[in-house]
Design a protein around this ligand. Structure first.
Ligand code: LLP
Length: 405
């Protein structure tokens, strides 16, 4: 039985901590990580949590306690990982278009680095030669992912070194003595089809022959989780089997062992997250009713930015008669969370919860309209722990000196 927080529990938390409120369920994160471990049994695999999905330091500490490794997309995430207790050998930095100085900083930290441009590879080789193993982020020219904004491996994508440029990469290695230990791809987010991962493996296996010191194939993240009722996520068990088969085949055929890495973000934290809001006002809206809640795109931007669907539940009146609602925010923008959504009758002051609020939700929030960022709570062993206080006016003024004009 999958781990879930009940409506009653969420209502109690809304009363206790106020709204809008992010709630994360620790046991659900653990359940997802355990599912990965079981599904990949017998595979030489390492999982690196893609921290960009949710970087609250106590979420990072919790993931560390499960035994998971961590993947970072900025030097600051890498620094947070260190603060959370990860050893350098368990931290991966997969960069995109970053300054060489940042790569040098990552090198000084002693963490794993995937480099995604020929110019930075050349600089790295010129400076460190063979002394520090690195990975190359390749662009596999595969179109995949929930929508174009979250597709990263296709032929027009800004991410990675295009496969076509392999000759130039080899030239740089020859000139500088670079030690290439990893080949990396990340094709996109919300990839349901196991065959897409299989295609990625195939593309990378083709490349292995060019890299005699290669030890790791890093397939990035992108496992899909269900968002809508009836949605199916990536079949992780099937993926585990497929990866096992492919890597065993490769090892037999070429007498070369390769370790496989993954960088799941959504898979680990999306479903563990709940975003609770309170209904401020009701207004007529054609055939529907506007339910204006105490939050907006400043706190939860996925529906507006990606057209993402998030399931919404009325947790304080779950058995009310169903009606059609436009759930909208309180920001001076058209911030529609859901249109014509059938929900149990909403009354002013009811609490609504947005599901799948663990990944890229708080993390993409802002202070727009000078509103406070929400508080974050982790529920572990049935008990709530405040892991970020709600902002106050000081947070809005932070870093801005008082200048008298
Ligand atoms: N590895 C790399 C190199 C990535 O760029 C990403 C995500 C991941 C791993 C983790 O992907 P995941 O397993 O979470 O799908 N803000 C968007 C998603 C952007 C993903 C960016 N890269 C959203 O809310 O859908």
């Amino acid at each position: 039985m999958s781990q879930q927080l009940s409506h009653e529990q969420l209502v109690v938390l809304a009363h206790q901590f106020g709204t809008p409120l992010y709630v994360y369920h620790a046991e659900k994160i653990k359940e997802q990580y355990d599912k990965l471990l079981t599904s990949f049994k017998g595979v030489d695999v390492r999982f690196f949590y893609a921290a960009k999905a949710l970087t609250n330091i106590n979420i990072l500490r919790y993931l560390k306690s499960t035994g998971c490794n961590i993947d970072c997309s900025s030097i600051n995430e890498a620094k947070l990982a260190v603060i959370a207790g990860f050893a350098p050998s368990d931290i991966l930095y997969t960069s995109n278009n970053i300054a060489f100085e940042e790569i040098e900083e990552a090198q000084r930290m002693g963490i794993h680095i995937n480099i995604d441009s020929i110019s930075n590879l050349r600089k790295f080789g010129q400076k460190f030669g063979h002394s520090y193993p690195v990975g190359i982020r390749l662009r596999p020219n595969i179109m995949a992912g929930g929508n174009l904004k979250i597709s990263t491996g296709h032929a027009d994508s800004k991410f990675g070194v295009p496969l076509e440029d392999i000759e130039e990469v080899l030239q740089v290695i020859k000139e500088t003595g670079l030690f290439i230990r990893t080949l990396h791809i990340h094709t996109g987010s919300e990839i349901k089809d196991v065959e897409v991962f299989a295609k990625g493996i195939e593309v990378l296996f083709e490349m292995v022959k060019y890299f005699p010191e290669l030890a790791i194939i890093d397939l990035g993240g992108g496992f899909k989780v269900p968002y809508k009722p009836g949605d199916e996520g990536t079949d992780i068990e099937l993926l585990g089997k497929k990866v096992k088969e492919e890597f065993e085949w490769f090892e037999k055929k070429y007498n070369r062992h390769l370790q496989v890495w993954f960088e799941p973000g959504k898979y680990l934290v999306s479903e563990a997250g709940y975003f609770i809001t309170k209904v401020n006002v009701l207004k007529p809206a054609g055939n529907a009713v506007f339910a204006g809640v105490d939050t907006g795109l400043n706190h939860f931007i996925r529906p507006m930015f990606y057209g993402a669907y998030h399931e919404i539940e009325n947790i304080s009146n779950p058995s009310g008669d169903k009606r059609s609602y436009n759930v909208v925010g309180n920001i001076c923008e058209t911030d529609t969370f859901a249109e014509n959504r059938s929900l149990p009758e909403i009354r002013e002051d009811d609490y609504l919860v947005f599901l799948n609020a663990g990944a890229y939700c708080f993390e993409m929030s802002s202070h727009y309209n000078s509103r406070f960022k929400p508080a974050e709570v982790m529920v572990k062993d049935g008990k709530p722990i405040l892991i970020r206080k709600r902002d106050d006016l000081e947070d809005l003024l932070k870093g801005q000196p008082e200048i008298i004009f």
